[in-house]
Design a binder for this molecule. Structure first.
Ligand code: NAG
Ligand code: NAG
Ligand code: NAG
Length: 401
């Protein structure tokens, strides 16, 4: 062998090793990346191949080992909220579709106003609303000195293959909250509210109930009614429900970590299939059925965290609101926008008109009180102080007024 051919051999060898190394690294990177995006769908569709409806007790012991791969659209969507917020920060989630844009923004405004802890919004919206949410929230973020962060995400179902079947079963928007433990796989806990809600006091006051839950409780909800004489579930429901009067799902603290450990999502479809002909209020009924079979998993917090017209339209039945004021107002059945409940409409109007950054004492508290003055002929207007009590307390404490 000549010196020349030896050096030629060395050169070729080096080139081959370089190419080989390149291919190896490339391959490892991609499998690593793939792994980190892979979610273990332990709580999803274990019953996929079953024919009969599943009995709840059976599901309990059946934490699936099925891993579902998924790819494409959902993966890239999920990736957009990968670096999520955890820990002691408050996470507020809402699902908004159709004509709910402005109502949702009024709710978000009230949350920004009354919160001093770091606040993170997750807005799940149907596609046409996404740009408007981003625009308004960016504007508020700038004007409030970045007092919050937000993510606006499209509505998604937690599965790839069965999406069509799920879409047939559920209205995507209405049922999205049932799937939050799976869809927001990297979030520990959140406060979920319906779009037709308003905060009338600090979110910290709601959030602290996480600390009051014991280790088996996965969610906090308020009773659907306080009074058996006007209760809906106890008089009309044809399916099982939680407790004596059922629960309302409009304002929920959800420990998603625990809900995932409980395999929450795997209960939803079988229960829906078994009870669909008996269900009236959609996903709220499903939540009631699940907690009927697992009452130890549910923490009940007082009605002032989900105050609805039912609490005052006949007579005042919510004791906690009478003593501490309403913390979260829920304008269910369109009461923020219709004439039927003038007190609810009055509070909504004042919050809608309030400009973030302006003086909350004059422009919110006094305005709300003025509008409520005009509703004192109604049962809810008669106890108007309950709507401004928490707000007044907060403004006094924060601004010294
Ligand atoms: C905004 O935040 C910065 C840094 O935290 C602070 O120095 C500044 O005073 C704040 N401005 C307003 C208007 O609150
Ligand atoms: C939710 O539950 C997990 C598991 O029990 C716990 O580590 C976490 O602190 C809880 N989150 C909140 C906000 O309480
Ligand atoms: C949590 O509270 C519920 C309701 O009071 C109860 O059924 C359950 O046993 C409690 N769990 C623990 C771990 O104490």
């Amino acid at each position: 062998m000549t010196m020349k051919s030896v050096s030629r051999f060395v050169v070729i060898f080096l080139i081959f090793s370089a190419v080989f190394l390149y291919i190896i690294t490339k391959f490892m990177n991609s499998s690593e990346a793939r792994y980190s995006h892979e979610i273990v769908w332990t709580d999803v569709l274990n019953y996929k191949n079953r024919k009969e409806p599943i009995v709840v007790a059976e599901l309990q012991s059946n934490k699936g080992s099925d891993m579902q791969n998924y790819d494409g659209e959902f993966e890239s969507r999920l990736h957009t909220h990968k670096n999520s917020v955890q820990g002691s920060q408050i996470v507020l989630a809402v699902v908004a579709c159709g004509d709910r844009l402005s109502e949702t923004l009024v709710m978000i405004k009230s949350a920004i106003l009354f919160t001093q802890k770091p606040l993170n919004f997750i807005v799940l919206a149907d596609d046409p609303l996404i740009p408007s949410f981003k625009e308004k929230l960016n504007e508020w973020k700038d004007s409030t000195n970045h007092s919050f962060t937000f993510k606006v995400l499209p509505i998604t179902f937690p599965l790839q293959g069965n999406t069509d079947e799920w879409k047939k079963l559920f209205k995507p928007c209405a049922s999205q909250r049932l799937f939050l433990p799976t869809v927001l796989n990297d979030v520990d806990s959140l406060l979920y509210v319906d779009t037709d809600t308003l905060f009338l006091g600090p979110l910290e006051d709601v959030w602290r109930h996480f600390d009051l839950m014991n280790s088996s409780q996965i969610a906090a909800l308020t009773p659907e009614h306080e009074d058996p004489n006007t209760g809906w579930y106890n008089r009309f429901a044809k399916h099982p429900y939680y407790g004596h009067l059922g629960v309302n799902s409009g304002v929920m603290l959800m420990n998603l970590t625990r809900m995932r450990a409980f395999s929450w999502t795997s209960y939803v479809v079988p229960i829906y299939k078994e009870y669909k002909l008996k269900i009236t209020w959609g996903d709220q009924d499903i939540i009631n059925i699940i907690f009927h079979f697992h009452p130890d998993k549910l923490y009940i917090y007082p009605c002032r965290y989900n105050y609805r017209p039912d609490h005052c339209m006949y007579m005042s039945v919510c004791k906690s609101a009478e003593s501490q004021g309403v913390a979260v107002l829920h304008g269910s059945r369109g009461s923020f926008h219709a004439e039927k409940q003038p007190a609810f409409q009055a509070v909504y109007r004042a919050m809608e008109e309030y400009q973030l950054g302006s003086d909350p004492y004059t422009n919110l508290f006094l305005t709300t009180r003025n509008y409520l003055e005009q509703t004192t002929s109604t049962n809810c207007g008669k106890i108007q102080h309950i709507f401004t009590q928490a707000m007044q307390h907060f403004i006094q404490k924060t601004y010294g007024r």
